[in-house]
Design a protein around this ligand. Structure first.
Ligand code: SF4
Ligand code: MG
Length: 283
């Protein structure tokens, strides 16, 4: 059985020292090993942004896509080979701005994919512009007078789109994040895991200390029930989206793949492999 070290490759990440993305990479590698996967069982599909580089830093199948398009590619990979564990990943700009249309519909579609968003509340790769996750009044080169737009709540959007698995974590909590990724991988359906991942170079507001002061841990609420949709919605609103832990899980709804007759037993890629070239061309 593979250890997390076998999910490492020899590419050195060029993230800034202290960037939260390092821990998220480590958590994905640990979670994959902990649930018994081998590198050849996993595909990591990413979008564009500092976080998008992650597909090149993990020893597994990988695809570094284009801006905001990690999810369409990830869904295609999953439909072509349902035996792969597909992890999509990208930043808040990637998934909640240009890619938001895909995010909402991927949530509705409920394919068995784990989507990990590295949420630093800014555009890091392009040197620090306001993102949909930046707070009101947030000053950057793109909003020098302070952002006048409201801050987008991915958790509320995911819940209203019919998500079957919603979680949030903090890059500093390696143990908790690893556990949530394991649960997301094992969930039969689409799992959204939003991870606060400080950008130490450009975001001087939402720092490690800021997150430590503002995060509300669900583990401090022993009566919290992640199967209760109304409770999840209320808690997200009460905490203004700052809660961490497993927020919601619906185990009753079947994943998209399980609605396709015959697909459960044989991946499309395998079906096509058995075809002659002439049969394939007639598809
Ligand atoms: Fe991380 Fe920010 Fe540096 Fe990008 S610019 S690698 S998000 S710290
Ligand atoms: Mg970002």
């Amino acid at each position: 059985m593979a250890t997390f070290k076998e999910f490492r490759n020899n590419v050195k990440p060029n993230w800034c020292p202290g960037c939260g993305d390092f821990s998220i990479q480590a958590a994905i590698q640990r979670a994959a090993a902990n649930v018994g996967l081998e590198p050849e069982d996993v595909a990591v599909i990413s979008g564009i942004g500092c976080s998008g580089r992650i597909s090149g830093y993990i020893h597994a199948y990988g695809f570094h896509g284009i801006h905001g398009r990690a999810l369409p590619i990830a869904q295609g990979v999953k439909l072509a080979n349902r035996e792969l564990t597909v992890i999509a990943s990208g930043g808040d700009g990637d998934g909640f701005a240009i890619g938001m249309g895909h995010t909402v519909h991927a949530i509705r579609r409920n394919l068995n994919i784990t989507y990990i968003v590295m949420d630093n509340q800014i555009y890091g790769l392009t040197k620090g512009q306001t993102s949909p996750r930046s707070g009101e009044g947030f000053k950057t080169k793109s909003t020098p007078q302070g952002s006048i737009e409201s801050t987008l709540s991915p958790l509320e959007i995911a819940m209203s789109a019919g998500a079957t698995f919603v979680a949030q974590s903090f890059s500093s909590d390696l143990k908790g994040l690893t556990s949530l990724i394991e649960q997301g991988i094992q969930h039969d359906g689409f799992s959204l895991i939003n991870v606060f991942s400080p950008c130490v170079t450009f975001n001087k507001v939402n720092t490690y200390d800021w997150f430590k002061e503002n995060i509300v841990k669900l583990e401090d609420f022993p009566d919290y029930d992640p199967a209760n949709r109304m409770m999840a919605m209320n808690k997200i609103m009460e905490t203004e989206g700052m809660l961490t832990g497993l927020i919601y899980q619906d185990k009753s709804r079947r994943s998209y793949e399980n609605h396709i007759p015959g697909f459960k037993d044989q991946a499309l890629a395998k079906q096509n492999l058995d075809m002659t070239k002439e049969e394939f061309n007639q598809l």
